[in-house]
Design a protein. Sequence first.
Length: 616
Amino acid sequence: MGSRKFIIVGFLVACVNLGFSQDERSLKLDSLKFVYTTQAQRQEDPVLLYEIARSEKLSDSVLKYNEKAISILEAADSVDLLQSAYLTAGVHWRLKGEFDKSLDFLFKSAEVAEKMQDYILLGIVNVEIGNTYSESGNFLHSATYLDRGLEFIKNSGDTLLFGKALFNVGDDLLLKGQLDSALVYTEEALDIFKQYDKALFHAYSLGNLGKIYAQQGESGRGERFLNEAIEILEKVEDYNAITDFLFSMAMISSERGEYDNAIAYAERSLQAAQKNKLKPDLDEVNLLLSKLYEEVGNIPEAYTHYKQHVTYKDSVENIAAVEEMANLRTNFELSRKQTEIDLLNEQKANQRNIVIATAIALFLIMLLALGLYRRNKYIGRTKKIIEREKNRSDRLLLNILPQETALELKEKGRVSAQRFEAVTILFTDFRNFTHYAENLSPEELVKTVDYYFSRFDEIIESHGLEKIKTVGDAYMCAAGVPFPVKDHAEKIILAACDMVNFVREAHHKKLDGETRFDIRIGVNSGPVVAGVVGSKKWAYDIWGDAVNIAARMETCSEVGKINISENTFELIKEKFDCHYRGEIMVKNKGMMKMYFIKENEEVVDEKLAYDELPKM
C-alpha cells in the first residue's frame, strides 16, 4: 500500500474549513447545496459549484460538482478558478487510484499556472504531479517533479508550504525504501508544522514517522506514532490516511505473529477504504486479509477476501494506465518544448529549427523503443504474478471442495446437485464431550479436538474417502461420493477400525496433563443427494434418509465400538465378522436391526478399566 500525499493540495482541499467545527462545516455545505438546488440561475455559477466541491468530504462528491464547474469555466475561459478546479480534480482522481486521469488534469493545471506566471501555484502543481507518479510506482518521474516543485516553493518564502513539500519528498523516499533520508525530510517537515500548531498536519507526519520506524525494526516506537496519528484522523474522518495507517498497524502485528490483532486492524482499514471507495487500497487490504485468514486456518474467509482482491486487481487496466500516464507526460513536455520552439522561430533561422526538430524526433524514437522494451518486461512479470496467484486460488478452492465440484464451480459459477445410489456414511462423536467443554479451557479443548480430527483426516485420505464436515465434536465422512465406488462399505469399515485403534493408542500414549477422549462410531449405507449450497463460504454436503440413519447408528453405539445398520451389514457380512445386537428402538424410525463389528470388541473391555467420567 502506497503512502499518502495530502499535504500540498490534500490539505488545501480536505482542510478548507479547518477553522470550523464538523457541525459548522456541515451547515456550510448544506447552505451551499440549498442555494444551488433552490435558485435555478445559481446552477450555472462555477464559483458556487467549486465551493460545494471543496466542502465535500468524499472524492466522488468532490469530482461531481468540480466537473460541472470545469465545464462552465472552460467555456468562459476563467483562468484563475479554472486552474484551481483542474488541480482539485487531479488530486481527487489520484486519491481514487485513477492515475491517468489525475495526470491529465494536473498537466492542464500546470499549463494554466505557467500562463499566469504564478510560480507558487506552479510549484504546488509540480509537487502533486510528483505525488501521482510516486504512488503509481514511477519513482524516476516522481523525483524530477518533486525536486522542481520544491525549488519553486522554496523561492516563494512560504515556510508552511515549504514544510508540506518537504513532507511529500520524504513520502516519496519512504516509498522507494530510502528510510534514513525519508526520516530526515519528515522530521524537518514536522518541526515546521509545530510552529503553526496544525494538529492534522502533525497526524500525517506522525503516521509516516511510525511507518519509517516500523520498517527500521523499531515496531514499538512505530506503533506509538501510528496510534497517535490514527486518533487525530478519526476525529476528522480522514479515511484516506486512516486506511493507510491502519494497514501499517496490521503489517506490524502480522510480522510479530499476532494474527488476531493484525486481522482486527486490517478489517478496520478495509472499512475505511470501502467508505471512501479507495480502489487500490481495497485491492491490497483484501490480499492482506486473505493471507492473514489463511495463517489462522480460516480457509473460507481467506478465499472470500482473495476473490475481492482479484476483483480490484485488473492487471490489463494497470498496464493501460501506465502507458497512458507515459503518453500524458510526453504530451505535456512536448507542449512546453513547442512553446520554446515557437519563440526561437521568431529569432533564429529555419536551419536551426530543423536541427532541433530532428533531435526531438530522435529522442522520441529512443523513448518509444525504451517504452516498448519496458512494457514487454512488465507484461511478462505481470503474467507470472497472475499465474502464481491463480495457482494459489486453485489450492484454496480444492481445500474446501472436491476436485470435480471445484472445477464445475469455476467453469459454470454454480454446482448441480447429484444423486448417488450407493454411499456409506460414517459419524463419530466423543463420549461426555459436554463434561470436557465445561471443565477444560477453550484453548486446551480445541487443541485436543484438533489432535483427533487431524489424524482422522489422514485416515480417511489413506482409504480414499471424502470428508464432509465437522460439527462440534462430531466428525462425518462418506465413501461413494463424489465418485461412485463398488466397495464403499468396506472402505468405511476399514477406516472406522483405524479410528478406533488410534483412539485406543492415544490413551496408552497419554502424557501427564494431556486429555484423551472415548469414541463412538455409527455407519449406514444407502442413497444420498450431494452438492454445494449458498453463494458464500461454500461447503460440500450430502442429504437424505441414509445420512439421518447413520447419525442414529452413532447415537445408539457404545464406547469403542462400530455400530452398523442392516443396510451396511448386508454389504460387508462376507468380509467382516459382525455381532448381531437385535432390534433397537431408534428415534423417528422405530425398531431397527443393528450390528457391532467384532474385530473391535476388545476395545470395549479396555475402556471398562477407565472411570465413568475420564480424569481431567
